[in-house]
Design a protein around this ligand. Sequence first.
Ligand SMILES: [Zn+2]
Ligand SMILES: [Zn+2]
Length: 342
Amino acid sequence: MRAVRFTGIGKPLEVLDLPDPSPGPDEVVVKVAACGICASDLHMMDGSLPVRTPPPVTPGHEASGVVAALGSGVTGWATGERVALYAGKPCHECPACRSGRVESCLAPLTLGVDYDGAWADYVVVPAGSLVRLPDEISFEVGAILADCVATPYNAVVDVARVGVGDRVAVFGIGGLGTHAVQIARISGAGFIAAVDPLASARHRAIGLGADMASEPDGAVAAIRAATGGEGVDVSFDFVGRNAVLKQAIASLAANGRCIQVGVSGERIELGPSILFAVRKTTLIGSYGYRRDHLEQLARLVATGRLDLSRSISATLPLEAAADGVEALETKRGDPVRIVLVP
Ligand SMILES: [Zn+2]
Ligand SMILES: [Zn+2]
């Protein structure tokens, strides 16, 4: 089979011919139909995302496909079924795993980072990571449910618990932030502000349900002006830069909560402690998503409640993976998601 290989920081991606994989007892081979290119992939390749397992590895953690082969111990699945993939598996070594609570694993392994991912014709995953993909959902959209939609879904719905009427500000309208705007909207947010330096991203946010959009310069003042001077109840940092986090916190009303989703190696600075305390600010980190979030999202998309028809910016063959990575890195064409289709 063909597979895109990441062999080391600063080295070009290679497309290699590898042996077709076979499943272990509790594993499934999935014929990949689509797999997203994500900022996390860029972070792995430039070394800013620390990895436990050194390369080479096949990237790709936002995938969908068709069940191609079942391990000897797998029940409840048949070849030919359409699936999306939860992108993690338990370590089987941490205290939680050893006590049988693998769903609470303290050190889960990530598909496409710690084990071979889906920028390939086939991928091997634990049967427990499969999620049924309804016929109404295309493989391209099914692929990006993992991470690109599920990570903001977790942040908005489970971590921030955005409720009906809440005022929300989303900082960083890339792949994840775009979907955060949509999910805040269907969660019943009463006001949504979007902040991004790119005019095209701001335009997209307005088209998907944001009530206002601002460039970073003057964003806090604009959000305060639009909320009668109060600020928002919930803000999201989808960038992971301190300059953005500061703005996300400064845009909060009293008792507001800021959700940190974007990641970088930068140290977090929160400004004067007196302001943080007096305004009773809450700062919460949010990372990844749960497998059942994919099932919830599949329902929301299949029933038309969540429209992801504008989320696939381009589809590329495996051989063009490096070009897709470059397009995301330079934001060429301001992509929401570029998807590889083997
Ligand atoms: Zn991702
Ligand atoms: Zn574990």
